[in-house]
Write a protein that binds this ligand. Structure first.
Ligand SMILES: *[C@@H]1O[C@H](CO)[C@@H](O)[C@H](O)[C@H]1NC(C)=O
Ligand SMILES: *[C@@H]1O[C@H](CO)[C@@H](O)[C@H](O)[C@H]1NC(C)=O
Length: 486
């Protein structure tokens, strides 16, 4: 009797369990149907403007023709969606320099996902046009190796320091300095001074019409529109410390990957929705934990023309969509993640430097403040990962961003003085520390150039023209800190 009762109870239990499973399945099925109905209304409303096409037989004989062709595709694949808003900005969590663990997906911080289906539709269209385009269509238009910098206004000063340092590294590579439009083209500087340094000014608005681009968006366009096949892109404040021809372009990982990207201090914070939009579904495994820093970048445009065109898509539609998708409001949100993201989405090769970025600090008398970042030589980094001998990767760039090496701003904005006693202050740490890091007193070397350029160009660079006694004030700083090798 007892046994029968137990059996009946067990039977009832099983029935209950089955009903729960069936019920919840139909519930989720209902929810799924509702969602897919919503998605298909998006699809139909969006797919009504027809799929953009590209004339794949049209010959591309110049950078202008390349731009004209792709400008149409960018316009036709504008996401028909509301600007993305964040619930709050992602926090900046540092990654320690020796932490080589892989990335975990950051949490979703977008306010709503209503724009995602439309973004995905537009992205799919863009990538399908990109894939239909012959791989070698633009092969003939780029030539040689060179350095690309975005200059203009307050960026000219630091850029000139960088170009001088490039020459000191022993490099004769041609330099193309892009400015936004004619108003930023300074004749004396661009026609007399820069050509003597092997650099020329190019005006972005001469190449692209009908697109308003600013700030971060300029960089990827400057890379594309430069005439070089092999490009070292430099922010105006990223100073090269090694000869790029022999140390960067001639060896691995550049020769195989054709795209080299450096790390930032912070964890990566892209939204899971980026992977939905791009059709990858979810974050690929094995990505580096840290985000990227695009103050310097190496790209082979013959190999990576499509990567670059997709990165430009992310930048053109960056401020409203792809910047928040890729950074979720973290410090430095902008073009920084777009290059690696494009390579990842197209499954093309890239090398992300593994040695963490190092910080260069100053003591203001009151606190330690970050002044610059050191990025290492990717060839050393590559050998270190590969080989059995430990190698100390050499510094390849000092990205001197806070403050930038702009002579006029340096003397006027107070960064050169201790906050405690107003005495002149070293910005990159002590002389001993620099000799340990760079093998020389790098700040002294750079200051020699700052004084020389500041005095020579005080009446040439437009934004220095009203800075009284610029040369004398630069000399004073030099005398106080560097003259006697203190
Ligand atoms: C594509 O370009 C080729 C070469 O310029 C031209 O002959 C052809 O008419 C173009 N096709 C279309 C559909 O525009
Ligand atoms: C590339 O540049 C070199 C040197 O400037 C020149 O001799 C050569 O003709 C150029 N090639 C093309 C395809 O433009």
């Amino acid at each position: 009797m007892r046994i029968t009762l137990r059996l009946v109870l067990r039977f009832l239990g099983i029935i209950a369990l089955i009903s729960i499973v069936v019920l919840s399945f139909s519930q989720s099925n209902i929810a799924y149907k509702a969602l897919s109905n919503r998605l298909s209304t998006y699809e139909t409303s969006l797919s009504s403007p027809k799929q953009p096409t590209i004339n794949t037989t049209r010959p591309i004989d110049s950078v202008q023709e390349l731009w004209t062709l792709w400008a149409e595709v960018y316009k036709a694949t504008r996401p028909d969606a509301a600007k993305l808003e964040l619930m709050f900005n992602a926090a900046n969590e540092p990654v320690s320099a020796d932490d080589h663990s892989s990335r975990t997906q950051h949490r979703e911080q977008l306010q709503g996902l209503d724009s995602i289906p439309a973004l995905q539709t537009a992205h799919t269209k863009f990538v399908s046009v990109l894939k239909s385009w012959p791989d070698h269509a633009a092969e003939q238009i780029f030539n040689g190796t060179g350095v690309v910098i975005v200059g203009g206004g307050e960026y000219f000063g630091p850029a000139i320091v960088g170009i001088h340092m490039l020459r000191r590294s022993g490099s004769n590579l041609p330099v193309q300095v892009f400015v936004t439009d004619k108003t930023e083209h300074e004749d004396k500087l661009c026609k007399d001074y820069l050509p003597k340094l092997g650099a020329e000014c190019l005006i972005l608005s001469d190449f692209i019409q009908g697109f308003k681009v600013t700030h971060y968006q300029l960089k990827s366009l400057a890379m594309l529109l430069s005439s070089f096949e092999h490009v070292l892109y430099l922010d105006s404040d990223s100073i090269p410390l090694l000869n790029p021809e022999t140390e960067l372009f001639a060896s691995e990982p550049y020769t195989s990957a054709g795209l080299v990207i450096w790390p930032d201090f912070w964890i990566s914070t892209e939204s899971p929705s980026f992977y939905t939009v791009t059709g990858l579904g979810r974050m690929p495994s094995g990505l580096p934990k840290s985000s990227s820093e695009a103050g310097q970048l190496l790209i082979n445009k013959r190999k990576h023309i499509k990567t670059l065109l997709l990165a430009i898509y992310y930048n053109i539609y960056g401020p409203d969509f792809y910047y928040p998708l890729l950074s979720q409001g973290a410090l430095g949100q902008g073009d920084k993640e777009t290059f690696m993201a494009a390579a990842m989405v197209l499954d093309s090769s890239y090398y992300r430097v593994k040695t963490g970025v190092a910080k260069v600090e100053r003591n203001t008398g009151f606190e330690d403040k970050g002044s610059a970042m050191i990025q290492v030589n990717p060839s050393d980094d590559f050998l270190e990962q590969d080989g059995d001998k430990p190698i100390q990767p050499r510094p390849a760039f000092i990205h001197a961003n806070t403050p930038k090496m702009n002579a006029g701003h340096l003397v006027d904005e107070g960064d050169l003085l201790s906050t405690v006693d107003q005495k002149p202050l070293r910005l990159w740490g002590s002389r001993d520390e620099q000799i340990r890091l760079f093998g020389l007193d790098l700040e002294k070397t750079v200051w020699e150039l700052i004084v020389q350029n500041g005095c020579e160009l005080a009446d040439v660079i437009r934004e220095w023209s009203n800075r009284k006694d610029l040369c004398r004030r630069l000399d004073e700083h030099w005398d106080a800190l560097f003259k006697d090798n203190l």
